[in-house]
Structure formats: structure tokens, C-alpha cells
Write a protein that binds this ligand. Sequence first.
Ligand code: FES
Ligand SMILES: [Fe+2]
Length: 376
Amino acid sequence: MLTKNDVQDLFQPTTSATGLPAFAYTCEDFAREEQAHLFARTWTCAGYGHEVPNPGDVMPRVVAGVPIVFTRTKSGEVKCFHNICTHRGTVLVASQASGQQALRCRYHGWTFDLDGNLRVTPHWGGHNEPSSDDLDKSCLGLKQVRMHQWHDWLFINVDGKAEPFETYAASFLGHCEEYGLDDATWCRTMPYEISGNWKLVAENYLETLHLNFVHTVLAEVAPFEQHEVIADGPCLGTIIDVGLPDSWVPDDPLPRWPGIGDNNRTAKNLALFPNFKFVIGPDHCCSMVEYAVGAGISHQRWDFYFHGDSATTEKYTDARNSIIDFYDKTNVEDFEAVQAIHEGHKSPAMTGARFNGIWEGGVHHFQKLVAEYMTA
Ligand code: FES
Ligand SMILES: [Fe+2]
């Protein structure tokens, strides 16, 4: 749907480029195309290990327009399958559930174990005869979806053709390496609905020029001019040293990530294209994951993590809440801005964004990634 001219204008140097055309943000057909051309071909964050904590837990989702299901197997591993029965294609798991021994199709009773193997095919060989020579069960297991678990986060590649996750995300993982995330303990989930295209939510995250205008409190502790912009393949974001006023530092500070010294005040606002955002500070991290519901509605889900089990005890309730409340307030300010940008993109006068060469290189880079997937 993007023309040669659209792409040519976008792939100019940042200061002379013209951004994606407005219809890329407002058109429902474009949003539908993105599911197959973009989300299905990348590594998309689709779930969390803590959502299926115990063997027998199952969780269905629709990602890139495709029904999938996560299972926690008897051996404790998380697996991801296409959520359709291999008999005649009925959606297998309708809702999240625990304590499942197997997955049983509601249509004709085919039953799969949590590793996806087909186990039972009632009456296939006649009344009360489950087996027949014409059926090779070993070829009819659930179709696996390519998945990679990074700590709590479950990434999937629906079309199965993306480069390995470790290669795709190498730069992103490199930025996270210094933090000992093995004991990251999930604490809280916060869901949001935003009246704006998912790309505008992402682009807003990737630049700090708006800080002084949209987030007056945040701008005090994280001046926008100190942010370093990252734009390296699918890894994007900004890095900053946060100068917290002494009054903000609690008497009993939260445990820090292993290897992160007392003087470390760095906040990394990272993103892994297309839908994963990851803010990490010395003592907490927060993932923000977008799901495009349509051209004009995005769901975003925030999950907060702290270091070790002790960080989620009552002792640190105030310290945790002050971090979470601050993020929440900032978030709402952002969403109001995103909504206004989305409305502006409905105007015929919106003929593509201009980018600042110092602050908005990440936004430009993001739009080029979108264009690459949508035209390849
Ligand atoms: S479609 Fe599932 S058992 Fe027939
Ligand atoms: Fe913001």
C-alpha cells in the first residue's frame, strides 16, 4: 500500500526525510496488512511465563491475527502451538485454564497432551473404536509456533522464518547484559487502552523532545537533552542518567540488580521492534507491550518487576508504589498526546512527519523498519 515515492521520501537522511503517509496510521486495511506482513514476520512479545506458572496451565491468545496457545508442560517448559485442532480446524482452547491434563477438542473429542501430541481420537475406527489404520497420530500433533523465552517474556515468530531470536535481538540483549535479571520478580500488571495507532504509541516512546512539554515532572529528573538515542536494527530507545532529588530516594531503598552499584542512576528506555518496550533502572524494570486492536485502538500492557522475592514484600510497598505511580502518571500524559497526534493524522493536511536530526532519529528509524516489512 506504500508507494515507491512514499518509501523514497522516507529513506532520505533524517533531516530531509518525510515520514510515513497518514493512512499508515488511520487505515484499517493497512492495520490488517501489518498483522501478516509485520507482526507475523518479526519476534513479537505475546505473553509472560508468569501467566502460565504451573504444569497444566494453558493460555490462548490471538497474535498477528493468528490463534495461538501457550501451555506449561508436565516437565515445566512453556510451549506455544497454533490453537487449532488438527482434525478440522476448530479453535481448541477457548480460555485460560489451570490443572489441565490434556487439551480436548469440543467438536469430535480429539485430545492432545500439553506437548502437543495427539493422544485420543474417539470413534475414529467405528463405534467405541478409537483407532484405525488410516490415521497416523504421530503426524497430527498440534503445530508448534516458534517461541523464545527471555526471562519472563515469551516472544513468538508466527511465520517461522525470522532469524534466531538471539541474532535478531542481539543489540537489545547486549544493553540488558549488565543487569542480573535472573531473579526478576513480577509484581504488577497494568493494562491500558489508548485511542491511537500502535505506531504512534511506539514513536512517542522513542523520542524525548516532548518531555519538557508533556511531562514537566519527569523532565526535572531526566532532562531531555541528556538522552542518548539508540537505533540499531530492531533495537531502539534512549539511555539517560537520572538525577533523582534526595527527597525521592527512600530511607530503605529497593534491592538493586546484581552488579549495579549504588551510584548507578542510569535508566535505559529500550525497545525491541515491533511491540516490546523495556525500561530498566538500577532496582526495577518494566515491560510495555503493544497490541494493535485496529488502526485507531491500541492495547498496551505494563508489567513491573523488582529484584528477588524480598523486593515484593510489604517492607518495600511504598518504594514500589512510588515507582509504579510515577510511571502511571507519565503514561497517562503520553496517551493524551498520542490521542491528539492520532486525530491529527485524520486530516488531509497531514502529509507526513518531519524529523529532528538530534532527537528524532529513533522515530525515523522505526518508521523505516515499518516500511521495510510492509514493502518486502
Ligand atoms: S475438529 Fe477437533 S475433533 Fe474434530
Ligand atoms: Fe512521554
